[in-house]
Design a protein around this ligand. Structure first.
Ligand SMILES: CC(=O)[C@@H](O)[C@H](O)COP(=O)(O)O
Length: 254
């Protein structure tokens, strides 16, 4: 199971808590997902009040507060400090959004905020792009986990840049890597795990499904299958056909 900042979590599936049709459905989806980590947005969910916080704390998953909706370093740092007080955790999923249409991270602001927060004792999970240089700078800033996007948040487009993510995996072989955002189907989640990622973080695909609990269960199965496939050391794809049934020594009709 993945280990983040020295903590082994129960499952490689990390699930968001936003946009469910009701709190009861959110709880049902979490039970079905067996997610090891629940990410919670301080800025988006604070309207839910005490009932929402109690619900989230009863999900049986470790809480990873996030700075979703923050567009500046200052906002993100302030939100992280509020989250630490509220949830009594040094873990923070750091989002500094740079672009309104794509919700693409502001990678410059992200590195700056990561440096400030690690200096303040946070254990930072940065939502980033798959850019090797940016990821290297995040590690230099003290991050010990990277969370590159699969595709824009809420798009459900899956793994947009398989080459880039594979290359990131190869370059940072010992760093826990999570594909975060854009997962729309269980096959996308399985693909990320097959590529050797340690975990996937998703929200919209489950919250917006017609049956969120059923989709949560499908995602859990997909993540498990993908991880098992990676550990089984899959065959290399090849361009040419190769007969899978040897003919030598077999009887055949002339
Ligand atoms: C909940 C959360 O942190 C999202 O911002 C996350 O990035 C998931 O994205 P999707 O909703 O696309 O799964």
């Amino acid at each position: 199971m993945p280990v983040f900042y020295g903590v082994e979590v129960a499952s490689p599936l990390m699930l968001g808590t936003a946009q469910y049709p009701s709190p009861a459905i959110l709880a049902e989806a979490f039970r079905a997902s067996k997610a090891g980590i629940a990410t919670v947005s301080l800025r988006r969910e604070q309207g839910g009040g005490q009932d929402f916080w109690s619900l989230v704390q009863g999900l049986g998953a470790r809480i990873l507060p996030n700075t979703a909706g923050c567009h500046t370093v200052k906002e993100a740092v302030t939100t992280a400090h509020m989250a630490r007080e509220l949830f009594d955790t040094n873990w923070i999923k750091l989002e500094v959004i740079g672009h309104t249409d794509t919700l693409q991270p502001d990678v410059f602001g992200l590195v700056e905020a990561a440096r400030i927060l690690t200096g303040d004792g946070f254990q930072v999970f940065p939502y980033c792009t798959e850019d090797l240089t940016v990821c290297g700078r995040l590690l230099d800033a003290g991050c010990q986990v990277l969370m590159p996007w699969g595709a824009p948040i809420g798009s459900g487009l899956g793994i947009n840049n398989a080459y880039g993510l594979r290359s990131l995996r190869a370059h940072f072989a010992d760093v826990p890597l999570v594909v975060d955002a854009g997962i729309g189907l269980p096959s996308h989640a399985a693909q990320a795990m097959e590529m050797g990622f340690d975990a996937v973080l998703l929200n919209t695909a489950v919250a917006h499904a017609g049956d969120p609990a059923a989709m949560a269960r499908a995602m859990a199965l997909a993540v498990e299958a993908g991880r098992a496939a990676h550990e089984a050391d899959p065959m290399e794809p090849r361009d040419m056909a190769a007969p899978s049934t040897p003919v030598i020594g077999k009887a055949f009709l002339s």
